[in-house]
Design a protein around this ligand. Structure first.
Ligand code: GLU
Ligand code: ZN
Length: 507
């Protein structure tokens, strides 16, 4: 049987690192086994599911550049499966369980209401609300459970009440005794006493909507999912799900609950630790390949002694047996290192393309750069490829290429121990050298500057510092001669002249 796995997010928040890790492991496992990777939106919670989060999910996949394999519109844009479009199916399956005497109608919301509410219309509306809120309570608060009141109602009597239009929910009959066991691929055997499982959870709500549990199990079965890889926080739902598979008479998929992702302090990774939403990483200037590589290593190993893996490498090397039991720790410094590595690996053309949106955001170029801007960006790429940590560092490092910096103040241009007059001499000499030999050959220029500095009796740095300030407007620019080369000597000279004027006025 070929492997079929799914990523089943609920669109109730922005996609974060944990979700991407789950999606990625499922995707990699599918690829490594020649199987299928499915995306399923678990939007049964109609109040918390939001369109913007669905959009964020799609944007995340688009940015990361890997996709699900199938969906209901094969032939068009494929999939994904969306639970809110499948409610009829879940109703049908809940009904099957009632027919098989594995589930039953519960009217408790209505019973309570009879005492409280007079008008039939109000009663009806409130009944719907009450039955559901009871279900929410039962699930949210451990310790508070349903008392199985309706489990003993005679089925014929229950059917009569349903036919008469009384609101109801459908509840699963949890066995009163015994225990439920399953083997997690990672954590081994897990056993729960049935007495500790939420007593008779709601499968179908009074408005006909399924609960998360019903939709999840029906979908995993009907979609022929072979392996469920998901976050460890779902372990408590697993016994209930196993009982549902038993009730239906279905073989459950294999379960594999993934190790937690923690911050450096051992707490669950959260906003307190830094960025967690994928969008934040994108905006901060991480390359998606660096993020994918790093996230794939959160709790899983691939090949000893190696850190850098492409998505293709990971797809080939992924093994469930290589997932760690221990929680993974998210290390922002390590991720930064990965990002730097991936920036160095880009071709100059790729780097130019990758930097463009960040330069545009900083207002340095148009969103679709003009030919002149595009040429400048191409000149800029080699200046920064060896030193960028993030793409967001590019605008500051390269600003001088796109806009003339303000003329520096005198103090900013004086090397240590030199006064304005001496600095003027250094800068004038530097200017003359640039005019004489240009900057095309960086090594020759540097040698020439060094020789001149010796002649003047100053340090090389004393000549470069005011020059750097004058041309780039900062003390920490990319390599100076390469920067002047990218800018063009003819554009550098007027900047030098303005700086000289300021220095002369002071001297
Ligand atoms: N819908 C659940 C979530 O939002 C996933 C449950 C599962 O993977 O089985 O995380
Ligand atoms: Zn009841």
């Amino acid at each position: 049987m070929s492997v079929r796995v799914r990523y089943a997010p609920s669109p109730t928040g922005l996609q974060h690192i944990g979700g991407v890790r789950t999606a990625l492991f499922n995707y990699l496992f599918a690829r490594s086994m020649n199987g299928s990777f499915i995306l399923r939106l678990e939007d049964t919670d109609r109040t918390r599911s939001k369109d913007e989060y669905v959009q964020n999910l799609y944007d995340t996949f688009k940015w990361l550049g890997f996709y699900w394999d199938e969906g209901p519109d094969v032939g068009g844009p494929k999939g994904p499966y969306i639970q809110s479009e499948r409610f009829a199916l879940y109703r049908e399956y809940a009904q099957k369980l009632v027919d098989m005497d594995k589930a039953y109608y519960c009217f408790c919301g209505q019973a309570k209401l009879d005492q409280k509410i007079a008008t039939p219309a109000a009663a009806n509306a409130a009944a719907v609300a009450d039955v559901d809120s009871q279900e929410d309570n039962a699930q949210a608060e451990s310790g508070y459970g349903y008392n199985r009141h309706c489990r003993s109602i005679d089925p014929a009597e229950a059917q009569r009440r349903v036919d008469a239009g009384e609101p109801y929910v459908i509840r699963l009959k949890i066995p009163l005794e015994g225990s439920t066991k399953f083997t997690d691929l990672l954590l081994g055997d897990i056993e729960w006493k049935n007495a500790d499982v939420n007593p008779d959870p709601v499968l179908l709500k009074s408005d006909g909507f399924p609960t998360y549990h019903l939709a999840n199990v029906v979908d995993d079965h009907t979609m022929e999912i072979t392996h469920v890889m998901r976050a460890q926080e779902w372990i408590p739902s697993a016994p209930l799900h196993m009982l549902m598979y038993q009730a239906f008479g279905w073989t459950p998929p294999k379960l594999c609950h993934l190790p937690m992702v923690l911050g450096q302090d051992g707490q669950k990774l959260s906003k307190r630790h830094g960025a967690t939403a994928v969008d934040e990483f994108r905006k901060k200037g991480y390359l998606k390949d660096a993020l994918i590589n790093y996230v794939a290593m959160l709790g899983c190993s691939y090949e000893d002694g190696r850190d850098l893996f492409s998505l293709e490498d990971l797809s080939r090397l992924f093994k469930i047996e290589h997932i760690n039991k221990a929680p993974a720790v998210f290390d922002y410094v390590k991720l930064e290192w990965f990002n730097g590595q991936y920036i160095r690996q880009l071709t100059l053309e790729q780097l130019a393309g990758a930097m463009t949106p960040y330069l545009a955001d900083a207002g340095l170029v148009q969103a679709s750069p003009t030919p002149i801007e595009a040429a400048l960006i191409a000149q800029a790429a080699p200046l920064v490829r060896e030193r960028l940590k993030y793409l967001t560092d590019a605008p500051e490092a390269l600003r001088f290429l796109f806009a003339e910096p303000a003329v520096p103040a005198v103090e900013e241009m004086l090397p240590k121990k030199l006064d304005a007059a001496a600095t003027v001499r250094c800068l004038t000499t530097a200017r003359a050298l640039l005019v004489e030999i240009g900057v095309a050959d960086h090594d020759t220029v540097e040698a020439a500057f060094r020789a001149k500095a010796e002649e003047l009796g100053c340090k090389l740095g004393d000549m470069l510092m005011p020059l750097r300030m004058a041309v780039t407007g900062t003390k920490v620019s990319p390599p100076l001669f390469e920067s002047i080369h990218a800018l063009g000597v003819e554009k550098a000279l007027p900047r030098i002249d303005k700086a000289l004027a300021v220095l002369q006025a002071a001297g």
